[in-house]
Ligand binder design. Structure first.
Ligand SMILES: [Zn+2]
Length: 355
């Protein structure tokens, strides 16, 4: 998440309004989609999160990537050693999931693709930025949290097939002005005239503010800049498949200061999902852009250090999985069809033996 200090000054005349959560407007949940959603694991999410938060120490990539402190700065050239280590990790993880993996553009966005079976030209994107600022800053919430969400969504969805294409993207250089996502949209999506139907951006989803203020509202904020149907589809997916996720604030008509803006500027439906932030910024993450944004540091004088809300982040990820599984159109599991045909064959054999 880019620094939002200037964004506090909102002109009263701006086309900005707030909408409260509406009730369900669509048919009930699809059990097949629910089965996919249920595979999202808090344990796996947490493993991804801690791995990404620790980049810069060479714990994954080896001594070559050891900066002596944790960092994922993506500014200029290949980025810091920790940034490169995170990139290697994303590439390896996506490859292990069987996705088609590429590193796109001069800012090194990592892209894993699950190509659609019948309408591959229709593309859905789940993204989050893997970079953070310079210095000894692990960026646990900003944005190891969203990166872990992308990885866990990819781990689950890659076990299935979909009619449309799904891309999982770790964007780089977000903190430097959304450079990676702008490059991806302007120099890849637009020139190739790709049909990106919808993009979900996860940036800061671990609610570290609950650490210092247990009364902090436990809800997610959704933001878009002109794509309310897409935003409402996420909202509906939460209601249908992840009722434990509370959607609090919904904003339409302003910049988010995160990678969804790069898509929205080109008219591509996109949304940001983030821990309750706009009206509650100081308590949502008091460690924002500081040395303390880590799961294992004494922060802001808090005796217990930062406690991240893993159940919340897992629910945010579940909802992204639900929306994408539904919109990209889940194909019935091949192994289920295989089992059915085997069972049919078995019945036929049984019938033959009885004669
Ligand atoms: Zn940030």
């Amino acid at each position: 998440m880019l620094n939002r200090t200037n964004a506090w000054v909102v002109p009263a005349a701006a086309a900005l309004f707030m909408v409260f959560a509406a009730g369900p407007t669509r048919a009930a949940a699809d059990p097949a989609v629910q089965a996919v959603v249920n595979l999202v694991s808090q344990t796996d999410y947490q493993t991804y999160h801690l791995d990404v938060e620790n980049m810069g120490l060479g714990l994954y990539g080896g001594a070559t990537y050891d900066m002596g402190y944790r960092n994922r700065d993506g500014w200029a050239g290949p980025g810091s050693l920790g940034n490169q280590e995170a990139r290697l990790y994303l590439q390896d993880a996506f490859t292990a999931m069987g996705l088609s993996v590429s590193v796109q553009g001069s800012y090194f966005n990592v892209v894993g693709e699950l190509t659609g079976t019948t309408t591959p030209e229709n593309i859905y994107i789940i993204g989050g930025h893997y970079d953070h600022l310079a210095g000894d800053r692990p960026g646990g919430d900003d944005n190891a949290s969203g990166t872990a969400g992308v990885l866990e969504a990819a781990r689950v969805l890659s076990q299935w097939q979909f009619e449309s294409t799904i891309r999982f993207i770790g964007f780089n250089a977000e903190e430097d002005g959304l450079l990676g996502s702008k490059d991806y949209v302007d120099n890849h999506v637009i020139p190739a005239a790709e049909n990106v139907v919808g993009m979900i951006n996860m940036d800061m989803i671990l609610r570290p503010g609950s650490d210092v203020n247990p009364n902090t509202v436990i809800d997610a904020e959704l933001e878009t800049n002109g794509s309310m149907p897409w935003l409402q589809a996420y909202q509906q997916a939460a209601a249908d498949y992840v009722p434990s996720l509370i959607i609090g604030n919904i904003w339409n008509g302003r910049d988010s200061w995160s990678d969804n803006d790069s898509f929205q500027e080109r008219g591509i439906p996109s949304l940001l999902v983030i821990e309750n932030s706009w009206d509650d910024w100081d308590v949502a993450n008091p460690y924002y852009h500081t040395y303390e944004d880590a799961s294992d540091r004494l922060a802001n004088g808090s005796p217990n250090g930062v406690t991240y809300d893993y159940p919340f982040a897992t629910d945010v990820t579940r909802t992204a999985v639900a929306l994408i599984a539904q919109e990209a159109r889940l194909v019935p599991e091949p192994s289920t069809l295989a089992l059915l045909s085997m069972a049919t064959a078995g019945l036929l054999l049984y019938g033959l033996r009885r004669r």
